[in-house]
Design a protein around this ligand. Structure first.
Ligand code: MGP
Length: 207
């Protein structure tokens, strides 16, 4: 289980780095990814009274090899290991998983709800592999993915940059459904709508 303290993350990060170095010395060289990615986590299970959103959001680890990815995924970043209200994020390095980030500010997200822990884990892993493997044609449009564990219903969201570009977003949405093997309708919402008012949270596109 991931705790509020970042100690387990630091330990796994050290292990990932050690593993990478060992691979470089004795075995085959590590497999470089197209770009760097960062895992984040947000443990909201014990929110401080009146704390603003994002105060428990932590950058956990940046990686750029396949080997580091598997190590981090195995040891920590599985949503089913999370208890209570918590989120895992995997975003392109340099982009913060917030509406306020300049790359996300004009963006939005495709969302999928999941009623089973095992399904959430599988969809999260399939999405991560598609991201780091650059499987989306419009990969420049992608910001990252968020897995949210909630009492009511877990969910997964794919964040993209240019919400106003319906053609690009629907293309990404269709591709994502294939990747996670999801057959029901999914909905795209603009961060701008979420930011403005609670009543206007409806999706703008669906596929
Ligand atoms: P949410 O976590 O995106 O999910 O936003 P949802 O489905 O609205 O609700 P949940 O309760 O199931 O999590 C929840 C609330 O967190 C929003 O209404 C905002 O108040 C706040 N919030 C979420 N995000 C992603 C941001 C953000 O990027 N920036 C800021 N300032 N607030 C945010």
């Amino acid at each position: 289980e991931v705790e509020a303290s970042s100690a387990p993350i630091e330990a796994a990060a050290a292990a990932a780095e050690g593993g990478g170095a060992a691979a470089a010395v004795g075995r085959a060289p590590p497999h470089k990814l197209e770009r760097k990615w960062t895992f984040w986590f947000d443990n909201q299970s014990k929110p401080k009274q009146g704390a603003a959103w994002g105060t428990s959001l932590r950058k956990a680890y940046t990686f750029d090899t396949v080997e580091e990815f598997w190590c981090l995924y195995d040891q920590i970043f599985r949503p089913s290991k999370l208890s209570g209200n918590a989120d895992f994020h995997c975003f392109k390095a340099g982009i913060e998983p917030k509406w306020e980030d300049p790359e996300c500010a004009n963006g939005g997200k495709w969302s999928v709800a999941s009623s089973r822990k095992a399904t959430l884990d599988t969809m999260w892993l399939e999405t991560l592999m598609a991201l780091i493997g650059e499987q989306f044609d419009e990969s420049e449009e992608i910001c990252g993915v968020v897995a949210s564990v909630r009492q009511r219903q877990d969910k997964l969201a794919l964040w993209t940059k240019t919400a106003s570009n319906e053609a690009v977003q629907t293309s990404i949405g269709r591709k994502w459904k294939e990747i996670i093997d999801f057959n029901d309708k999914i909905v795209y919402s603009f961060h701008d709508d979420a930011r403005r008012e609670k009543s206007n949270r409806g999706g703008r596109y669906s596929v």
